[in-house]
Design a protein around this ligand. Structure first.
Ligand SMILES: [Mg+2]
Length: 140
């Protein structure tokens, strides 16, 4: 499946890319603006992302605004409910109000608290089943 990891911290991007290697092809974006551009391009090309991991605190455009733009573009392009991209916000522990906003105003799928644990991430993937079928490898 196609994955987009969005985070302004290079270390976080690298960590998630490593974790997700067995699951699919992983692109990277460094802020919300880049994420929205990558998302639109992929959807326009008929190869939308199945999963996006979206940091909330970022320069240029933050995760909240990127989330809203992505959902608005899906709607504009007629992407129906079940075909929406699975989007997990990635947050620090102390950003509870941010998470609430992401759920109710931005319609994120779920959220992950940093530091992100592989098992937690994979459990969420099993729970929400992004569009394309995948099987996680049993490697550690
Ligand atoms: Mg950040």
């Amino acid at each position: 499946m196609r994955i987009l990891v969005v985070d302004d911290e290079p270390y976080n991007r690298m960590l998630l890319q490593q974790m997700l290697k067995p699951v699919g092809e992983c692109d990277l974006a460094i802020d919300g603006r880049e994420a929205v551009e990558a998302f639109m391009m992929a959807l326009d090309e008929g190869q939308p992302y199945d999963l996006i991991l979206l940091d909330i605190m970022m320069p240029e455009m933050n995760g909240q605004d990127a989330l809203k733009s992505i959902r608005a573009y899906e709607q504009e392009q007629g992407v129906a409910g079940g075909n929406e991209t699975v989007i997990f916000m990635t947050t620090a522990l102390d950003t509870e109000t941010q998470v609430v906003e992401a759920f109710f105003k931005g319609r994120c799928t779920d959220y992950l608290t940093k530091p992100i644990q592989r098992e937690v991430l994979f459990d969420k993937l099993r729970e929400y089943k992004p569009r394309h079928h995948w099987e996680p490898c049993n490697q550690d």
